[in-house]
Design a protein around this ligand. Structure first.
Ligand SMILES: Nc1ncnc2c1ncn2[C@@H]1O[C@H](COP(=O)(O)OP(=O)(O)O)[C@@H](O)[C@H]1O
Ligand SMILES: [Mg+2]
Length: 257
């Protein structure tokens, strides 16, 4: 049985908007720098991500993408500058920001339902069950994680990330280890839950096609700065068919990486 988690989803006609109404949080970077010792990784980021936007970040390996995620999540602090969430500069762990990694990181000694319902407040079981239904795994609540496929584990991790209704969801190459068909399923699922829940999404990917398929906006991180900030001005309904404009955007991103 579905438990209503929030207000009704926007109607299908308005679902292609770049930003949906919801509890997404705005994210602002003001002169953000990060160095490890003498090595500057982020060299000054100034950028606003509006509440509810879906942003993809692409860039070369070692370019500072994961570092950026860790700063947003509050797992590490910037060397200089400030990161504001809905206008408030915050440091330390951010409870309204959740992270999804390439590996699902499920607890092997907990069944699927308990992996989703990490906070054991009253009603956690019904909420966890509803989230599992949303990611298409309602029947697997009583299973142990090891019997699930890689894609199913990522679905459980997604349900777990959503159970606290985060304002920002950070995805650090979450589909990198999946086969192409499973990845396409995950793209559809992620788009659906993003529309449904309204969080601000930041997806790191080295797959430029994935970036333009999913995001409203693609940031190219190069030499510690945002080298390109590209709006994906194609309705989502037109993206699957591979519009020529998509190929043009892909070329532009690839030449900037
Ligand atoms: N805790 C750390 N200590 C020292 N160097 C680090 C640390 N974390 C990341 N780095 C360095 O910062 C650079 C960016 O790393 P990372 O953010 O993981 O890049 P990406 O995710 O884009 O591949 C790399 O050169 C990496 O070695
Ligand atoms: Mg990384």
């Amino acid at each position: 049985m579905m438990v209503p988690l929030r207000a009704a989803a926007p109607s299908p006609e308005v679902q292609d908007q770049a930003t949906v109404a919801g509890k997404g949080l705005e994210l602002a970077f003001e002169g953000v720098t990060k160095a490890f010792g003498d090595v500057g990784v982020l060299k000054g980021l100034d950028l606003v991500i509006p509440a509810g936007q879906f942003v993809a970040v692409v860039g070369r390996s070692g370019g500072g993408k994961t570092t950026l995620m860790r700063l947003i999540a509050g797992l590490d602090g910037p060397t200089g500058g400030a990161i504001r969430i809905d206008g408030t500069a915050r440091r330390g762990l951010q409870p309204d920001v959740r992270l999804l990694f390439q590996d699902a990181r499920l607890l092997p000694w907990q069944r699927v339902l308990s992996n989703v319902g990490i906070a054991r407040d009253p009603g956690w079981k019904a909420r966890a069950q509803a989230l599992l239904a949303e990611v298409g795994l309602a029947e697997r609540a009583g299973d142990w994680p090891y019997v699930l496929s890689g894609g199913q584990k990522q679905r459980v991790a997604l349900a777990r990330a959503l159970v606290t209704e985060p304002g920002i969801l950070l995805l650090d190459e979450p589909f990198g280890a999946l086969d192409a068909l499973t990845r396409a399923d995950m793209h559809r699922l992620l788009t659906r839950v993003w529309r449904q829940h309204g969080f601000t999404a930041i997806l790191i990917t080295h797959d430029v096609a994935e970036a333009v398929a999913l995001a409203d906006r693609v940031l190219v991180l190069r030499d510690g700065r945002v080298a390109e900030d590209i709006t994906v001005d194609i309705p989502r309904s037109a993206r699957a068919t591979g519009a020529p404009r998509l190929a043009e955007l892909e070329r532009r991103i690839l030449s900037a990486v």
